[in-house]
Design a protein around this ligand. Structure first.
Ligand code: PZK
Length: 293
């Protein structure tokens, strides 16, 4: 039995060291909106995101860091033994490549803002005449530098090549675009648009592997396909509900955010579960049972 030691905290995830070659990756129930942490947690959110990552790892078929969800070899306290199942994965320890591998199939968010303002690194390969939310003829790879503080910096293709090396750049771009296409095709058949997403990669024994959580609502923009209209702001499948509530109570997007009432917590949970069920075509209850969670 190996006792994990805490390694790093993200906004909504935790990483523990198991041994020289393995980490324990844990998705919490924390939620952020408008770059603010909200209170309270959303029950089961971490399980929904873990279940989605596992589904996508399997579907996209790229070499990745996932090893097992079996925690029998991991030494944890009784309270952790209750908390971890369904929300944690044993993963291979990788040397992280410092490039956020963003793929966009639709023009939205910061990329739209940049395009509308006259262009920049994320939009250097786009044709003129696109609207907010336009579907791109071909998805684009728009990498950013993983900044240690604050927001990631968008890079031109030349800058990204210089950062990671040309061979790695080609591999990251090819793998990211392939994974996006596979996932977006699947989501579209399930009535959901995958507007954009962000992958992270690392090296294990010199081989490039997909790491982190993949294609979750926290790392991707999912839109209900029936609601898509270019030229307008688009509701995010999972978080729009909580954003609408924050706007409705006059939250000015400066922390601390107002405490979410139980009705909003439950409504948000229901949206995450609905995203899971639509994308995986599996009941979330079944996922919980299969993971003894
Ligand atoms: C790793 N992060 C980001 C995620 C945090 C921070 N397989 C891996 N090998 C080595 N390092 C990482 C991974 C993965 N995944 C990922 N930082 C390191 C991150 C979650 C919580 F605090």
């Amino acid at each position: 039995m190996v006792k994990p030691t805490h390694l790093a905290s993200g906004k909504v995830r935790e990483i523990y060291s198991i041994d020289d070659h393995h980490l324990l990756f844990v998705a919490t129930d924390r939620i952020s909106a408008y770059d603010c942490m909200l209170e309270p947690d959303i029950p089961d959110k971490g399980k929904v995101l873990t279940g989605l990552s596992l589904f996508w790892f399997d579907l996209i078929g790229l070499d990745n860091h996932f090893v097992t969800t079996d925690l029998s070899g991991v030494e944890v306290s009784p309270s952790e033994r209750k908390w971890l199942p369904g929300r944690s994965m044993v993963v291979r320890r990788a040397a992280v490549i410092p490039l956020e591998c963003v793929v966009r199939g639709y023009l939205y968010g910061s990329a739209w803002a940049e395009y509308a303002a006259g262009g920049g690194p994320t939009t250097e390969h786009l044709p003129p005449g696109l609207e907010m939310g336009s579907r791109l003829e071909e998805p684009v790879f728009t990498p950013a530098h993983k900044a240690t503080t604050g927001h990631d910096q968008n890079l031109t293709e030349a800058e990204a090549r210089a950062l990671v090396g040309s061979d790695a750049f080609e591999s990251l771009r090819t793998n990211s675009l392939a994974a996006y296409r596979r996932a977006a095709d699947h989501a579209r058949r399930r009535g959901i648009i995958l507007a954009d997403t962000k992958f992270e990669f690392g090296r294990v024994d010199g081989q490039i592997v997909l790491i982190d959580e993949v294609l979750t609502p926290d790392s991707s923009r999912y839109w209900p396909a029936a609601a898509w209209v270019p030229g307008r702001t688009m509701p995010s499948f999972d978080k729009q509900y909580v954003r609408d509530w924050l706007d409705g109570v006059g939250f000015d997007r400066t922390p601390p955010a107002p405490t979410l009432p139980d009705e909003v917590v439950q409504g948000t949970r229901a949206r995450y579960v609905e995203a899971f069920e639509r994308l995986t075509n599996t009941s979330f209850e079944k996922y919980l049972e299969e993971n003894e969670a």
